[in-house]
Structure formats: C-alpha cells, structure tokens
Design a protein around this ligand. Sequence first.
Ligand code: NAI
Ligand code: MG
Length: 336
Amino acid sequence: MRIAVIPGDGIGQEVISAALRVLARIGDVVDGGIRCDVFDWGADKWLAESVGLPEGSLEVLRHEYDAILLGAFGDPRIPDMAHGRDILLGLRRGLDLCVNYRPVPLQGGSLDVYRENTQGLYVGVGGTVCVGNTAQVAIDECVYTRDTVERFMQYCLADLRRRGRARVTLVHKSNAVPNTGGLWQDVFRRELGRLPGLEGTEEYVDAFCYHLIRDPTRYEGVVTSNLFGDIVSDIGAALMGGLGLAASASINPETGFGLFEPVHGSAPDIAGTGAANPYGALMCVVLLLRHFGLETVANTLHSSLSEAVGTRAATPDVGGTGTTSAFTDEVLCRLN
Ligand code: NAI
Ligand code: MG
C-alpha cells in the first residue's frame, strides 16, 4: 500500500506524526508493507514559494499512490486560507473525490453520513457587482449534474449495503430548492429501486437536523448534497463527543482512490502545546485500512483506540490529562 502523507499546518502535523507512528507499527504485519511518503504542502511552502498544490502532483498521486492521509490546513498568516483552498479543492476536484464519508459512532448505534463533495453551492459559480453600496448583488449558484449525483448515489447505497445497513435517508430541501432537489430525489428513488433490501426515506434538512439532535439513533445512513452534508456532519461530530474524534474519507467511486483526513482544522489555539487529540487522525488510519480490505488489523486498531480514549492518557478535550504522544503510546502498547 502506498500512502501520500500531507501533514499540513498546525496540529495537522502533530496528529499526522501520531498516525505515522501507528502506520509504521502496522506496516510490519501487513503483506507487502505500507509505504508512506511525506509531502510538505502547506502554509510555509505557500509563503516561501507561492506554491499550493504543486504542478503535476495530481498525476503523481494518481499513478504512484493508493491513498492520501492529510492533517489540516490553516495558518493565521494566511487569513483567507488561500493555500488550503488551493490544495484541498484541487485534490477533491482534481482526483474527483465526490463521496465524502463520515462515520458517527453513537451510544446505542452508529450513523454513516455521506456528503457529495465536489458540486452544489461549492462549485464557485457566481459573482458580485456594486460591492459595498446598496445596489450590491451577490450570487452563488448551486450546480448539480445528473452524472455526479448518480455516481455518488450508486457508491453510497452499495456501501451502506456492504455495511449491513437496512435504512437510508435522503436529506434535501426540494420544497424551497426544487431544481437540484428534484434531481436528487429522482436519482435517489431510481437507484433505491435497483437495490432491494434497502429502505429509503426522504426528509427536509431542517426537520432532519431537529430529529438528529433529539434522537440520532433514528437514522442509519444519510446521503446529502455538499452544503447540507457540511453542516450535518459537524452536528455528527458534536454528537459523537467532539471535533477531535471525527474522521472522514473522500473517495473516487470509480477508482477507489481515497483521501483520509480528520474533520478538525489546524487549531492554532493549541498548536505546539501537545493537547491535540490524535484520535480523529488515527481513526482515519482505521478507515483507510478498512477501505483496502484489511479488516482484522483495522478492527484491532479501532478497539485499541476505544480503550485508550477511556484512560487518563486521553487528551484534555475528551476529559483526560494526556498529550498527543502519551495517547499514541497508550494506543501502541495495546497493538502489541
Ligand atoms: P479547528 O477545528 O481548528 O478548531 C476548533 C476548536 O476545536 C479549537 O478550539 C481547537 O483547539 C479544538 N480542536 C480541534 N481539533 C482538535 C483536536 N484534534 N484536539 C483537541 N482540540 C481540537 O477550527 P477553527 O479554529 O475554526 O479553524 C482553525 C484553522 O483551521 C482555520 O485556519 C481554518 O480555516 C482551518 N480549518 C481547516 C480545515 C481543514 O483543513 N480541513 C477544517 C476546519 C478548519
Ligand atoms: Mg465543515
């Protein structure tokens, strides 16, 4: 397995060095080993060389790697996050990673959230005129193509079936946003019709958020568009106990190429203090191993993580007194 590792900025570097320690250990027991190559893309390179995603890197990633493990971007010296957008959006669009998967473990169950990751309101189509005066007009268009919604839906529904799920909910707002909303409903119904055994329901995003917070165990799987998915998955992170725990995988449904990253940002408020929780980044390693069929070692790492997070070595954000490296030690000693 060949992994391109992009630590990024702030605590991204700290949690990824924890992940590299764990991967080095796991590589010893995986057939053919795990090759990790580290890329220094991020704020320092942007400021020194004006380079975000370097020329030609998409080709290199596509041909020489199976997956990317990414920390986070964000640096107070670059307030508009220009470098982060260049790299992250470049990777998501350039590698066509249209499925963003976020598992939400809950007391009494778990929820799988799938967010479309490349289109919708985030396509960057629009404009502003008369900036600053009362005549100002600002437009952001929501764009979906049937092709993308279909590829997204086919992957997600099949993935839910693989995970043994019985129910899936489409989260939409087609009463107020009928064009893209209608396309999503049509594709959802058609694709469900081809997959007997998976029961589908449709909910408006506002009602869905209300129910999700009151009783998340109502849901098993959720498929939704880019903007709604962005918001819903952060509610998911809150429900599971904090940003430091949440992990995500962005997948190209045709090639299976995956970008695995914790959900949190670069957390400049705690960078360098040792307080960064590496759980989300280590959970990304679990998702990565599962994605490549290494169930047994993924399950071992997952249970080590669950045990370690209940000890004093856990980081302060989840009630412990430990540090990034103390928690990682606790995980590693359980892997023996
Ligand atoms: P953030 O996720 O970095 O931090 C939010 C709060 O959660 C902070 O108080 C932080 O200390 C805490 N936190 C986050 N991750 C943690 C962890 N692993 N362990 C313990 N505590 C943790 O979001 P914020 O502060 O809004 O953004 C900071 C920078 O990160 C900004 O530049 C932002 O643009 C960027 N960002 C980047 C993302 C990415 O690369 N995917 C995602 C979100 C934000
Ligand atoms: Mg978000």
